[in-house]
Design a protein around this ligand. Sequence first.
Ligand code: ADP
Ligand code: MG
Length: 696
Amino acid sequence: MAFFDTKIEFLKGVGPQKADLLKTELSIFTFGDLIQHFPFRHEDRTKFYSISEIHENLPYVQLKGRIVNVSTVGERRKKRLVARFDDGSGAVDLVWFQGIPWISKKLKPGYEYIAFGKPQRFGRTMSISHPELEEVTIETEQKGGLEPVYSTTEKLKNKFLDSRGISKLIKNLLPEAVKHITESLPEEIISRYGFIARDQAINNLHYPSDAKILARAVARLKFEELFLIQLQLLSLKLLRVEKFRGQVFDKVPTLTDFYKNHLPFDLTNAQKRVVKEIYSDFKSGKQMNRLLQGDVGSGKTIVAFICMLIAIDNDAQACLMAPTEILADQHYNGLKEFADKLGITIAKLTGSSKKSERKVIHEDLLSGNLKIIVGTHALIEDTVDFKNLGLCIIDEQHRFGVAQRAKLWQKQSEAFPHILVMTATPIPRTLAMTLYGDLDVSQIDELPAGRKPIQTSHLFDSNRLRLFGFIKEQIEQGRQTYIVYPLIEESEKLDYKNLEDGYESVCRAFPDFHISIVHGKMKAADKDFEMQRFVKGETQIMVATTVIEVGVNVPNATVMVIENAEKFGLAQLHQLRGRVGRGGEQSYCILMTSYKLSKEGKIRIKTMTDTNNGFEIADVDLKLRGPGDISGTQQSGVVNLKFADIARDGKVIKEARALAREILEEDPTLSSDKNSLLKVQLDKINKAPTNWSRIS
Ligand code: ADP
Ligand code: MG
């Protein structure tokens, strides 16, 4: 134990100066931190290229040859040191732009060196700039093998702690450290999966003797990492089920009335199934923690309302929390229509609610007069107290931070409110398992009948006249159109200019139509006013930024034009597209771009025109961006995975989850002897400050 807590300055070769840099640059404070600074790749040093066979498309090459000539060329800032390097088959130039005096003193013409670097072509000569260069000695001759490459920083490099320097430190420490590494997985698991021991895995992750053992080291550590996460999530779930009482909701008189007399359409089978799943949670006496996934337009709102009715039928209150004011408004208006018919009290609380309104709402929530409250995070302000909060619904969960949700969760202390997290952001299954592994999941995997799939097409900016012609046609048939502009924070000013220019050109192109504009800088009341004009059909075109991305529901809108579509991520494009196709009419999504498209931009546009399936899109998105960028995962800590890659390791995640489940089913508290190691690991994780699994 104590060994790994040893301060890094006590390591041979690390003085106070280097120690400080290691701390500030890489957060390496102790021996343990250093050992866990794993290489991000290995270089194959077993192979030497002959100079005649190298070309500029090779990533890195290792050469063995002699320096035949050293000269300094160029003046001032263009000054560089060039060493001609020859191996008998041909010659390359080794080039340095920095550290010239120091390097030129070290270079010994005629001696044999090993050079390592990226070949480049300048005209007819091949060169390698800033190569790693080592004199051939008996030691270097024998080295070969796989060399670890460590991440480092400019500041560290200046103190000779480049990858090579760090690797030397680790090499010094490793033999002693390995003796202190203890096993973390039970013998049974190790032999069942044929894993190598933990100390061997860590040793070989730094300095593998060959590629095979490196792969085994990675496999073991990956599995362990994912397995411990699953063990933690599933045991948390178990604990909740056992310990956390939920109110029992088993009476449904108002719901029955609603079904009989007010339901505006038949529920889809998927909606019915989800309601059933939730109702069985409500009846169970346990606290519900459920994620409701449903693609845009799948009809989550009505499910939410039905759940609220059940809560109200059992003398509890319900709240719905939305990420933006516009969305809160939209939900409020939608739900109010139903609530009024049933004589149920409902109110809205957002950042822009007046003080006097607030006061009344606070009082009514406390007295129990108010049954449904819809709002933004204003809802979780400390002054809001309920008489009996029975159900919390969180819409579009990725906009809420972990802490915010936890706060809401604590509003009711005797029996925790049931929690339903709704999301329209399709999350690939493997990511969901890791992010929401402690929640039960319900899915609305069916769109309401009669929906026609949205037709998506891609137009270049030069085809704008065609676009305008099409919009005109649609509006003349009584439909409405969105035109969305990107808003990227770094260039906010520019984007607003784009938006305003766009608005003007739309006004000029459609002098006979009414046009709304909505963007994030407008006052809430103005935004609301403009939105309402569009909702009521008083305006035919809505020019907007992505503020309309989530939740806005105008079934009569059939055209979604996305300007500069290449600037949007896939998840966002899919969300935006989901704003149309919400009624019975054929809808269209038109992605406008310039001719200049990056490779990824092309893939995104093609994915959008190829499929309407949110899960397929999410998978492509995950592959393009990696899990760290998928909405909401930043705060989850998933990006901190050291070994596993959620986008690629789906199979391992499933295996790990299955094993965790198997173990916990047999021994829920991990109190048996054979699981004692796991108990230690789990306690350690639960004590760690970033306990990101508490998502609700
Ligand atoms: P989302 O899941 O994106 O929140 P909404 O709840 O806003 O979707 O529903 C989208 C549209 O579909 C709304 O206009 C809603 O009234 C309608 N809708 C929902 N369920 C059904 C259904 N079973 N049959 C017909 N229309 C439905
Ligand atoms: Mg919605």
